[in-house]
Design a protein around this ligand. Sequence first.
Ligand code: ADP
Length: 353
Amino acid sequence: MFRFITKNPTPQQLAMISAVNIGGMTLIAVLLIKLILPSALAWWMVIAFPLISFGSSYYTIHESLRLFIYRKIKLIYKSIHRLKAPVGGSPTNVNMRDHIIDQVEEEVVEWAQDWTKEIKLLKEMEEYRREFLGNVSHELKTPIFNIQGYLETLLDGAMENPEIAKKYLKRANSNASRMANIVEDLGYVSKFEAGKISLDLERFNLHELAQEVLEDMELSASQKEIKLEFKDRNPKPLWVMADRSNIQRVLINLVSNSIKYGRKGGKTLIGFYDLDKNVLLEISDNGRGIAQEHIPRLFERFYRVDKGRSRADGGSGLGLAIVKHIVEAHNQTINVRSRADVGSTFGFTLQKA
Ligand code: ADP
């Protein structure tokens, strides 16, 4: 009969419908009594009785419904509030009686949205963990199988020939070093990703540190006939506030990449640029360069442009991921410009001191 009012009536609407019914029936009853026994009721009673029965039934039904709903959803509501409370904190104090019906819909929607976000995050972490484990086992598989192969060949008789024995032992050793590199870099990356690395900030001369790194890399550069130089022949001291040993690691990774992926007889240049509050350091090479489609993924763990070649060069595929972590831990930025067969420039900023 009252379906036209609404499909999901509120407690007020339900109470109103029932009260109108009861009031209407009371009106009919008093009118009948007045008709049969006119002296039994005064006219004011004919008006007052239906009104009183309408008002009292509206109030009783509305309150009973409210109480009924309140009891039914009280437990659910309490659990939601407990789950919504911040970790370690106490649940928010809500006046359940006054607000429960008005707030519950809003609260449940909010709660559902929070959990959807949480579930999405957990799924992403699970995916990340699976991918990470897959990558690690893939990276370690090759050197382990290589070592196994060389040792088996030695045991099968190659040991008798000192020349071959030396060659295979050297190869097994270089595979073991590669594994050690991967494991060391992995430890470093996971410490960063778990937020376990705290920076040891100090004031130091960036130019002096870069000079030390270039001197340390001189030997491997000369093997590829690559020249390592500063853009400015007489650079001034450049004082920065940063973690010296971590920045040294960044420089070693970038300069060694410029050699690894540089061309024979090529050049690596280091330039410094003054940017008001920061210093920009750029390392450029004229090596094999990187095609544009690889640039967005370059700083991802284990991402390599030329997979076979990088592994053969002994790279862990984690160098640039570590570089990015270190620079970002300083609240600074790293960028790369590169063109295939022309060369690459990696640049990062540091705060001046
Ligand atoms: P890897 O251990 O493989 O060198 P990195 O994280 O240091 O790992 O580098 C990721 C990939 O980026 C490398 O495999 C290489 O393909 C590319 N790359 C890095 N630096 C250079 C560069 N200076 N020139 C060309 N390619 C580079």
